[in-house]
Design a protein. Structure first.
Length: 115
């Protein structure tokens, strides 16, 4: 299983970024996918989840209405569209897949929200 995140960077408050996670090594369309984030000095936290067909999503309260998780099963990719970014969204964002009861993680992509 391999997960590779991309799309992070420096953005001003109120700006937008779109993260991507390219997956390989497993049947992508058969698994829930999740985005987590970890800010400096804090624990990793779940940001969003999407079901296999993309018909159900979950968001933590602090990102509801601003972030959108989506997936393209034909491209084995999951996305996180982040709008109206705030300084408190600054973190390393990780893609996660739980395959055969084992958690797999990418190396993460850094998102910095600052003026």
């Amino acid at each position: 299983v391999q997960l590779v995140e991309s799309g992070g960077g420096l953005v001003q408050p109120g700006g937008s970024l779109r993260l991507s996670c390219a997956a390989s090594g497993f049947t992508f369309s058969g698994y829930l996918m999740r985005w987590y984030r970890q800010a400096p000095g804090l624990e990793r936290e779940l940001v969003a989840t999407i079901t296999t067909a993309g018909d159900f999503t979950y968001y933590r309260d602090s990102v509801k209405g601003r972030f959108t998780i989506s997936r393209d099963n034909g491209k084995n990719t999951v996305y996180l569209q982040m709008n109206s970014l705030k300084p408190e969204d600054t973190a390393v964002y990780y893609c996660n897949a739980r395959v055969y009861a084992m958690d797999y993680w990418g190396k993460g992509t850094l998102v910095t929200v600052s003026s």
